[in-house]
Design a protein around this ligand. Structure first.
Ligand code: NAD
Length: 415
């Protein structure tokens, strides 16, 4: 498998888009680096009475189109470069779906699996005490990411409001609904992805009733299975996987039963009527649609030549390496890139911010309808760029996102 620095890859993607857009040197330099990086340490009192110092980041990549927006990760392998790359991708993602937001990301270098509930709460509150002055409803709005969740956001929001002596729910998104969260957030990422698949099937004349497979049966993967049937009216789910293994049934699984089974047993393995297959072979099945919904670099130069799907919908962040991207493009496989396919989550986060500002909340069907409008429009804008510039969809999505951010920087007189 290729090994590379995510931020170098992200910078290379910007360069490629900038070349197509004929951007000047100053704009390229501006867009190739974060505007603001906050690197800090903070203490947390552990259950055993000792104090541990944690290293953390918050990066605001570009705010020309609006406040920085992006998650906070609790992860042992976090580095400044992974956060820079992710903050940059959030910038292009919010621009591709045309949200009035910039991009950001944060993280704490820690292993949350080794921390108790109380230590996690102390960690969340300590992080906010250290960065409260840099975030806000009009400056930078965090959300959950790897190993953080709505409960983390609830603690963080409470700490932030305590510091400000004011009710400010819109400063975090993906909060529990009881304290300012929105309807429709839980399945927003998968819903956005399936909407883009629906549009791609129409354009490419791919049968949505055909076979599909899902790598990674967690939050995004499970929701994608259910929504694929709901939004496309059909489809046969023939293979799924999780970290413990992959399963296959050529006749198709009952997605609802499979989700219940996974929730009950913790794995998809041994589901009735299934045959175990290898992780690798799931990706290489003859399906119409493949949803990578697990980790980075699942499709690399080692397996890209064997991929047979007609459409690859990247629900995961960065599941395809740059080398694999070129191979898939040459094979004529239509990749719906992560900055478009997984943009449903941030889109509904934006809806949450709007509702929090007005203190007036929408019904679920309104959220779904508005999400559908945003993602459908974004898909077609990217597809137009594919044709206009004669480039593969990832580069086309970058061209659309980078062009919008560059234009905002220019209008502001930054470059
Ligand atoms: P999750 O932790 O709920 O699910 C991940 C699943 O992948 C788990 O079932 C896990 O067992 C499985 N997995 C891990 N290693 C695997 C492997 N080698 N092969 C097959 N399966 C494996 O996470 P999630 O929230 O569903 O996110 C999945 C991906 O989608 C991540 O890349 C995430 O960054 C991206 N994403 C999620 C959201 C969201 O709103 N949940 C938004 C944008 C992007």
């Amino acid at each position: 498998m290729e090994s590379y620095n995510s931020f170098k890859v992200a910078q290379q993607q910007i360069l490629e888009a900038a070349k197509i857009l004929n951007l000047d040197e100053a704009t390229i330099e501006l867009l190739s680096w974060p505007q603001k990086e906050i690197k800090f340490t903070f203490p947390v009192k552990l259950d055993n009475g000792k104090v541990k110092i944690f290293h953390a980041y918050r990066i605001q990549y570009n705010t020309a189109r609006g406040p920085a927006k992006g998650g906070i990760r609790f992860h042992p392998d976090e580095t400044v470069d992974t956060i820079r790359a992710l903050a940059g991708w959030m910038t292009w993602k919010t621009a591709v779906v045309d949200l009035p937001l910039g991009g950001g990301k944060g993280g704490v270098v820690c292993n949350p699996k080794l921390l108790s509930e109380r230590e996690l709460e102390n960690l969340s509150r300590g992080y906010i005490r250290a960065i409260a002055q840099f975030i806000g409803v009009d400056t930078d709005i965090p959300a959950p990411d790897v190993y953080t969740n709505p409960q983390t956001m609830a603690w963080m929001m409470d700490e932030y409001e305590t510091i400000l002596h004011a009710h400010q729910p819109g400063v975090f998104t993906d909060k529990p609904q009881q304290i300012g969260g929105t309807e429709g957030r839980r399945d927003a990422t998968a819903r956005g992805g399936v909407i883009t698949v629906r549009e791609a099937c129409k354009i490419l004349d791919v049968d949505p009733a055909g076979k599909f497979a899902i790598q990674g049966f967690g939050n995004a993967g499970q929701r994608a299975a259910l929504l694929h049937h709901e939004l496309l009216g059909a489809g046969k789910l023939i293979a799924v996987s999780d970290s413990r293994g992959a399963i296959y049934n050529p006749d198709g699984f009952d997605s609802t039963e499979l989700v219940q089974y996974k929730l009950k047993t913790g794995s998809v393995l041994n589901f009735h009527g299934s045959k175990p297959i290898s992780h690798e072979s799931l990706l290489e099945l003859d399906v119409n649609i493949l949803y990578p919904a697990a980790l980075e670099n699942a499709i690399s130069s080692a397996n890209a030549n064997n991929i047979k799907a007609k459409i690859v919908c990247e629900l995961a962040n960065g599941p395809t390496t740059p080398e694999a991207d070129l191979i898939l493009s040459k094979k004529g496989i239509h990749v719906i890139p992560d900055i478009l396919a997984s943009a449903g989550g941030v889109t509904v986060s934006y809806f949450e911010m709007v509702q929090d500002k007005y203190s007036y909340f929408w019904d679920e069907d309104v959220v779904h309808k508005r999400l559908d409008q945003k993602l459908t429009k974004a898909y077609h804008r990217v597809y137009e760029a594919v044709k206009e510039k004669n480039v593969h969809p990832r580069l086309a999505a970058m061209v659309v996102g980078v062009a919008r951010v560059a234009e905002a920087c220019k209008l502001r007189g930054w470059v």
